[in-house]
Design a binder for this molecule. Structure first.
Ligand SMILES: NC(=O)c1ccc[n+]([C@@H]2O[C@H](COP(=O)([O-])OP(=O)(O)OC[C@H]3O[C@@H](n4cnc5c(N)ncnc54)[C@H](OP(=O)(O)O)[C@@H]3O)[C@@H](O)[C@H]2O)c1
Length: 380
């Protein structure tokens, strides 16, 4: 991918660095949900000369986690990379994994200056990438747009430092605050535009997670059904302590095309597990104190299998437990213009309501047709 664009040369270097880093972070964001267990990184190679800076090449971590963004950009820039600046949203790797370290490729390409947003806390890297490049005479600038990069790489950072994925909780509510009817048919709360936005959020997650209550009452498909993005349906995860998921459920019937993992208690009925496994689901057993799957243990297990970003879409009961255990990093709340007009299941239980007041700040709001989407992030 090459993009030749001259930009004004008058701006000081720190301003240009921020500008190019913003672009690198935006590039990386495009492949979120596709690169796990690796982070989705963005890279840019820029030549600064008398006529101003020129972007020579761009790169994004590819599906499955490799090639890394730096390699894609270096290959596209070819000889042009000699003496140029490389912008990367995360420290380049310095260890031999399935591919040789990016640091070697950067040195071989003759990059003169490296600008990054963050040290990679992965114990195999942790500053060593920056250090090796400095030792070989590359000018290294770190910490540019670090807060933005921390948000973009939250899944990788949490998985590496805390052993759990980043979690976005999403709930929809009627204008009078309900997530569901007390009983009876499924309540369709939001409209087309809001639903399309939800599908986009799904596409940027590694896994969609729901409690078995949502499967039993709604029988959702939990896939991405946006034109052109159908192949980006993430893994589906159901928390189901007693293996009540019906073998006829859509998430099971489609499990061969879109993987479905059922997280259950260690002592959940073996026969039900066999039936669901034969139908294509993967059964994973974790601790279940009091007979109910421990969500924190489930998230640790997912991180252990490489999952970095979870989109939790249901339902209000699971959301309440996750908020109570402080396992939610981002919260998306969709509110429709129409009211239910009868008693229903509240979308915001007491723990979610309290957390929003105490620990979360609102970072965005979008009007999606008749629906309003509010986005919150955990503070600190
Ligand atoms: N408005 C919305 O955004 C939205 C989203 C999703 C669903 N819904 C609606 O909500 C209703 C279903 O609500 P729900 O709250 O029962 O669904 P849910 O949260 O998806 O499922 C709850 C079930 O998950 C299982 N579970 C496993 N581990 C758990 C844990 N640690 N903590 C809590 N639950 C755990 C429990 O069953 P076991 O004990 O058997 O494991 C529990 O009964 C439906 O009417 C659906 O239409 C609304």
């Amino acid at each position: 991918m090459t993009l030749a664009a001259r930009l004004p040369s008058a701006a000081p270097m720190s301003v240009l660095d921020e500008r190019f880093m913003r672009r690198a972070i935006a590039l990386g964001a495009r492949h979120l949900g596709q690169t796990w267990p690796n982070p989705s990184v963005g890279a840019l190679i820029v030549r600064h000369d008398r006529d101003g800076p020129m972007i020579l090449a761009e790169g994004i971590t590819q599906a499955g986690g490799r090639p890394h963004a730096e390699r894609i950009a270096l290959e596209a820039a070819g000889e042009g990379a000699r003496g140029a600046t490389l912008y990367v949203s995360l420290e380049p790797c310095s260890h031999h994994g399935k591919t040789p370290p990016c640091v070697d490729a950067i040195l071989a390409a003759g990059i003169a200056r490296l600008v990054t947003a963050l040290d990679d806390p992965d114990p195999r890297v942790r500053g060593r990438g920056h250090e090796r490049l400095r030792q070989h005479g590359v000018e290294v600038v770190t910490g540019v747009l670090a807060d933005e990069a921390r948000r973009a790489h939250r899944g990788h950072l949490l998985r590496t430092t805390q052993g759990r994925p980043a979690v976005m909780l999403k709930l929809a509510r009627t204008a009078d605050g309900h997530a569901a009817r007390l009983s009876g048919p499924r309540l369709l709360i939001t409209g087309e535009r809001s639903n399309a936005r939800t599908h986009l959020m799904r596409a940027h997650a590694d896994a969609i997670m729901v409690g078995v209550g949502t499967v039993l009452s709604d029988d959702p498909l939990l896939t991405v059904r946006l034109p052109g993005l159908e192949s980006r349906s993430p893994l589906r995860v159901i928390l189901d302590s007693r293996l009540r998921t019906p073998v006829t459920a859509k998430v099971i019937a489609t499990a061969h095309a879109t993987p479905t993992w059922i997280v259950t208690a260690a002592d959940a009925p073996a026969q039900a597990g066999e039936v669901l496994a034969d139908a294509g689901a993967q059964i994973l057993r974790v601790e279940a104190p009091g007979g109910r799957v421990d969500v924190a243990a489930a998230l640790r297990m997912l991180a252990g299998r490489g999952v970095t970003r979870v989109f939790s879409e249901g339902g209000p009961r699971l959301g309440e437990v996750m908020m109570a255990q402080d396992l939610v990093d981002e919260f998306a709340l969709a509110t429709s213009a129409a009211a239910l007009g009868e008693p229903g299941v509240p979308a915001l239980g007491p723990r979610i309501a309290a957390a929003l007041q105490e620990r979360f700040k609102r970072v965005g709001e979008e009007q999606l047709g008749p629906d309003r989407l509010e986005l919150y992030e955990r503070m600190g």
